[in-house]
Design a protein around this ligand. Structure first.
Ligand SMILES: CC(C)(COP(=O)(O)OP(=O)(O)OC[C@H]1O[C@@H](n2cnc3c(N)ncnc32)[C@H](O)[C@@H]1OP(=O)(O)O)[C@@H](O)C(=O)NCCC(=O)NCCS
Length: 171
């Protein structure tokens, strides 16, 4: 799909009331890559201050990003899950959600964004590379689908690449 003109859709913080609408959209937004159970309602309750919702001009949900500053690694802002409504892709909504995350990360003293992805998902990988992320290439990774990734990282069967974007003060 070619890129389209950027839509500067409004972003706002999620509330627990958003949870039902997001979970109903997940099958459509994620297709077979949906990770069951990853989006607990707790995220919308306890991580709302570092997460975002994007709305389409008609008020419909356009995308979400759930993130937090790692208590164990305070320099890392972890993006747990992010998706954009299929009909609104390639309009810069994913990029805009990540810019919101970058601003939150810097405000909370983090120095990099960290985002896991399935290495076999070419759209996610293309997006992350375009958004300035590089895959971690540390001991324990293997080239999977051409991307350095940790095999069987989740539930003993799901491969994961860990993408990292270093943040500069001007981000
Ligand atoms: C990945 C995802 C969030 C991208 O959202 P988006 O709003 O379409 O992304 P943007 O419009 O901000 O794209 C930014 C850049 O990423 C790259 N990109 C995005 N989608 C792409 C695609 N399908 N093919 C190739 N490059 C792509 C492009 O370089 C794009 O810039 P351009 O449109 O000016 O060429 C969206 O496709 C999605 O929700 N996928 C399903 C859920 C998912 O995979 N989440 C994990 C994301 S890491």
């Amino acid at each position: 799909m070619p890129s389209r003109p950027p839509l500067n859709l409004p972003l706002r913080r999620p509330t627990p009331a958003d949870y039902a609408g997001i979970t109903m959209a997940l099958d459509d937004w994620w297709g077979r890559h949906q990770v069951p159970g990853i989006l607990s309602r707790l995220w919308f309750e306890h991580f709302a201050g570092t997460s975002w919702i994007a709305h389409a001009l008609d008020g419909a949900l356009a995308g979400y990003l759930v993130g937090f500053v790692s208590p164990g690694h305070p320099a890392d802002f972890v993006i747990v899950s992010v998706a954009v409504a299929p009909g609104l892709r390639r309009h810069g909504v994913g990029r805009r959600l990540h810019e919101g995350a970058a601003a939150d990360a810097l405000e909370h003293g983090a120095a990099r964004l960290v985002e896991p992805a399935w290495p076999g998902d070419p759209v996610a990988i293309a997006f992350l590379r375009a958004a300035g992320f590089v895959p971690e290439d540390l001991p324990g990774t293997r080239r999977l689908y051409g991307v350095p990734a940790y095999p069987d990282q989740e539930w003993g069967r799901e491969d994961r690449a860990i993408f990292v974007r270093e943040l500069a003060a001007e981000d």
